[in-house]
Design a protein around this ligand. Structure first.
Ligand SMILES: [Fe+2]
Ligand SMILES: [Fe+2]
Length: 154
């Protein structure tokens, strides 16, 4: 079914954000592994794979709407030099994602495209969970101190 060009453009924007997140999280995951923070490595890697599934879903939907998925454009990556900065930068990305998905859902509803709306909603739930996970790390750092937090991630 042919989709509206504006909704396809929005989906391509979301796709660029997902592809950027995949790259940022993959680098963060490997940095954590390099430092020996195996638990963080596994968690961040898991998150990168979820973003890959989001990108896949969006590419599929753009094609269903007879649009062209743009996979060659990335947004600016925010690589953190240490774990604290990585958590802050990833949380920022997830919060921006929540805003962007809510906005895209509004657009899909306005265009009466409830299939796209449902796909976006399921992704939004994942981004919300990602933001929660990162907020939990942030709270733990505040409460137990940075070094103690790091010692729980070995
Ligand atoms: Fe995502
Ligand atoms: Fe996410």
């Amino acid at each position: 079914m042919k989709g509206s060009p504006e909704l396809i453009a929005t989906l391509n924007q979301l796709l660029a954000e997902e592809l950027t997140a995949i790259n940022q999280y993959m680098v963060h995951a490997e940095m954590c592994e390099n430092w020996g923070y195996d638990k963080l490595h596994a968690a961040v890697r898991r998150r990168a794979i979820v973003e890959m599934k989001h990108a896949e879903t969006i590419i599929g939907r753009i094609l269903s709407l007879e649009g062209t998925p743009i996979v060659s454009e990335l947004k600016k990556l925010h690589i953190g030099a240490d774990v604290r900065a990585q958590i802050a930068n990833d949380l920022q990305a997830e919060r921006e994602g929540v805003v962007a998905y809510n906005e895209a859902i509004r657009q899909a509803v306005a265009l009466q495209d409830n299939v796209t709306r449902a796909l976006l909603l399921s992704i939004l739930k994942d981004e919300d969970a990602h933001a929660d996970e990162l907020e939990r790390y942030h709270a733990q750092i505040e409460q137990m101190g940075y070094e103690t937090f790091l010692s729980t991630q070995l």
